[in-house]
Design a protein around this ligand. Structure first.
Ligand code: CP
Length: 325
């Protein structure tokens, strides 16, 4: 068990080793139990987490803010638009200065081609742990919550379990590609066979797909890519179907929307769920376009674990904060 994570950043999913992720999960399960029992756990008394947002959030903000308070600390919610960033404060200034005020610095910056670079630059100049609350490439805390949820439902030994990471149609906006990318990187390390499904224009970053394939080889798991949603769902244990933008094909919003609209039949419905194993679970990080990405029948049905999944954001984030700050 690797327990010394003090001072560490979590920006990419593979920044923590498999053993370190096991430690995070152990701590997360313990913190979940403590919260259920009403046991106080002020491991970060007097510590302050800065939460810098360049993009909106329901779950990430709520769970980080509640989490740091439950650990005895305080969360400072900072929207980039209310700072002097647009008037010239650089990533270096944020890293240097906030690194001196705060004990941890969590950032959400999803702009394509910018977000991950920005978070890494802040981390380069920061003396405190930098935590990625989602960028254009990764969403590591969502993925840790997903892993915890799958373990709760399927057991801690996930070898030979089949997870489908599928694109789904959405009408609202071109969503980031970070969630599927994080999933395909992390799940092979825990023994899961990954099936990645998307229409051809919705491919993920080639180096991420290649790294996911390398991880699958290293851990002796399966990794397949298909362009057929029905084929992907067959015999799956976990259905994780969500929309993302065709960012590797076009960054033009109108063209992207036109491409998305060509695949309106990529929806998770009861018929598709019936192709998976009878005890398969349905996952989505939310927000979802109801009755467009997924039918309400599935989302609110017995196979859906979306609210447990959202809850587990709280527990894994508290674990990482308690271990790193
Ligand atoms: N899943 C997720 O990150 O939700 P928010 O965008 O609401 O934070």
């Amino acid at each position: 068990m690797q327990t010394y994570l003090k001072g560490r950043d979590l920006i990419g999913d593979l920044d923590f080793s498999r053993e370190e992720v096991e430690t995070v999960l152990d701590v997360a399960f313990d913190l979940k139990r403590k919260r259920a029992l009403g046991e106080s756990h002020p491991y970060l008394r007097d510590k302050v987490l800065a939460m810098l947002f360049f993009f909106s959030s329901t779950r990430t903000r709520g769970s980080f803010e509640a989490g740091i308070a439950q650990l005895g600390g305080h969360g400072a919610f900072i929207e980039s638009s209310t700072t002097q960033i647009k008037h010239g404060d650089t990533a270096k200034e944020i890293g240097e200065i906030y690194g001196r005020y705060f004990d941890g610095l969590a950032i959400r910056h999803c702009d394509w081609g910018i977000g991950n670079q920005y978070i890494n630059e802040v981390a380069q100049y920061s003396r405190i742990p930098v935590l990625n609350m989602q960028c254009d490439i990764y969403h590591p805390f969502q993925c840790l919550a997903d892993l915890m949820t799958i373990m709760e439902k399927k057991g801690r030994d996930l070898r030979k379990r089949r997870i489908v990471v599928s694109w789904a149609y959405a009408a609202s906006y071109l969503k980031p590609i970070s969630v599927p990318q994080s999933l395909i990187l992390q799940m092979p390390r825990f023994g899961m066979d990954v099936v990645l499904a998307y229409p051809k224009e919705f491919k993920l970053m080639p180096d991420i797909e290649a790294e996911a394939q390398a991880q699958a080889r290293k851990f002796g798991t399966g990794f397949e890519i298909t362009h057929d949603m029905d084929e992907a769902f067959r015999d799956a244990d976990v259905i994780y179907a969500k929309s993302w933008g065709p960012l590797l094909t076009t960054t033009d919003a109108t063209e992207g929307k036109h491409l998305q609209d060509s695949y309106k039949d990529w929806i998770t419905d009861a018929r598709r769920m019936s192709l998976a194993k009878p005890d398969a679970i349905y996952m989505h990080p939310l927000p979802a376009d109801r009755d467009i990405e997924v039918t309400s029948e599935v989302m609110d049905g017995p196979q859906s674990v979306v609210y447990d999944e959202a809850e587990n954001r709280l527990h894994v984030q508290k674990a990482v904060m308690a271990l790193t700050m």
